[in-house]
Design a protein around this ligand. Sequence first.
Ligand SMILES: Nc1ncnc2c1ncn2[C@@H]1O[C@H](COP(=O)(O)OP(=O)(O)OP(=O)(O)O)[C@@H](O)[C@H]1O
Ligand SMILES: [Mg+2]
Length: 193
Amino acid sequence: MGCLDHPRQGVPNVRTVAVMNEKGGSGKTTTTISLAAVLAERGFRILVVDLDPQASASLWLGRGREPGLYRAIAEKRDLEPFVRATAVAGLDIIAGSRELAAVDDLRGRIGIQTALKRALARLHVRWDIVLIDCPPNLGLLSVNALAAADEVVGRQNLGRRRSPINSGQGGRVEMRRHAGRVTWHTEMHRTDP
Ligand SMILES: Nc1ncnc2c1ncn2[C@@H]1O[C@H](COP(=O)(O)OP(=O)(O)OP(=O)(O)O)[C@@H](O)[C@H]1O
Ligand SMILES: [Mg+2]
């Protein structure tokens, strides 16, 4: 992600970034945590939102599972009591829990796609960047992440035929696309030799 060399001082608006890929084990949580830790070390105030029922980011950051996110999305409860500090200075987290898997059962409820966005908007904002670690599917949780995000970080594997990447670029290219309100940062890899 560009433009992150210096912390923004006293800027009230927060930048919300979803780390998303429907493929399991594709590095979403590793990317979220690494990015969060590096940015916190550089002086940014970071909030990680663990939207994955597996709660891997919460465990990596030394927090247990907590039901706050599920309650905020399903029952409109406040997230504020579930903001936890981590061992990394400047890095907070709202943990995930297995209950999050039940959010897909709420499909059809009016406004459910934007429940996370509204819950985040009710927080007392003291972060520069919110990083959302998404589950490995395009269900209602990922839809909520998209609705809440200003930007999406993802990774895409392409076969040779479909790939715009040539060998001169080392089989890898970074793209930035604007899709309506959201900016997509995609790192594309050629998967075949
Ligand atoms: N850049 C990388 N290079 C090598 N290994 C990596 C890299 N990124 C992640 N991994 C490894 O890949 C595995 C899956 O990573 P990770 O848990 O971050 O994926 P994920 O997309 O969050 O998975 P899930 O979909 O289950 O949430 C882990 O063992 C991790 O250590
Ligand atoms: Mg993960």
